[in-house]
Design a protein around this ligand. Structure first.
Ligand code: 5GP
Length: 199
């Protein structure tokens, strides 16, 4: 999505440690007109796939998930970050390693909202090492739900999460894939050029 690349180039800030800050339009202040376009693009990519529900993780995935959910006419469920790993039986839980904080945390979702028969689209803001998406895939598996694929706003292609998941057969659609970034330059992977052949 060209507009995503342009937005990153214009408003993104590269921080030490391979972090891209997009607080100006996605992570803290949200450009609502642009968010609507993100939702439309995700809906277009997954049109005809029979998605019945979107699953994301709080908090930064929620806005994008809701934008996509409104376009697709499906509900959005977000997994909640839980302080301890002691959770009762009415929830599905999994552990996610936070790339930005360097710690593990537990995420939970009520078994009322994730069910066998759901056809899930996973949505998140960033894809780096893939831990967040793997956590969501684990929750989907525990619920017996089917996976249609994942959509992320920004994939950092220089980290291996996206390509590993594609290799495992998971459909991943990223609106922009960053091949490399420094404080002077951000290079994108050309659209449609996966490094991994899809099945
Ligand atoms: P992963 O689990 O794929 O390693 O990392 C994805 C998660 O970490 C996302 O949910 C996102 O919140 C956070 N994240 C990873 N890299 C970045 C980054 O460069 N910038 C920001 N703002 N968040 C990131």
């Amino acid at each position: 999505m060209l507009e995503m690349e342009e937005k990153i180039l214009k408003e993104g800030k590269v921080l030490p440690g391979g972090i891209l800050k997009v607080g100006n339009f996605l992570n803290q202040q949200i450009d609502t007109a642009f968010l609507k376009d993100i939702g439309s693009e995700i809906a277009r990519l997954y049109e005809g796939c029979g998605v019945t529900k979107i699953l994301t993780i709080e908090s930064s995935g929620i806005a994008i998930a809701v934008a996509a959910g409104m376009e697709m006419g499906v509900p959005v469920v977000f997994a909640k970050k839980h302080k301890t790993s002691n959770v009762d039986g009415s929830v599905y839980s999994t552990t996610v390693h936070s790339f930005t904080h360097g710690t593990d945390y537990t995420v939970v979702v009520s078994s009322d909202y994730l069910c066998r028969g759901d056809r899930l689209l996973l949505v998140d803001d960033f894809l780096a090492n893939g831990s967040a998406l793997r956590g969501l895939i684990d929750l989907a598996g525990k619920a017996g739900a089917e996976l249609c694929g994942a959509a992320v706003a920004i994939e950092k292609g220089f980290q291996s999460g996206g390509d590993e998941l594609r290799r495992e057969g998971v459909r991943i659609e990223s609106l922009a894939v960053i091949e490399s970034m420094s404080d002077t330059e951000i290079v994108f992977r050309p659209a449609g050029r996966d490094t991994v052949n899809r099945t």
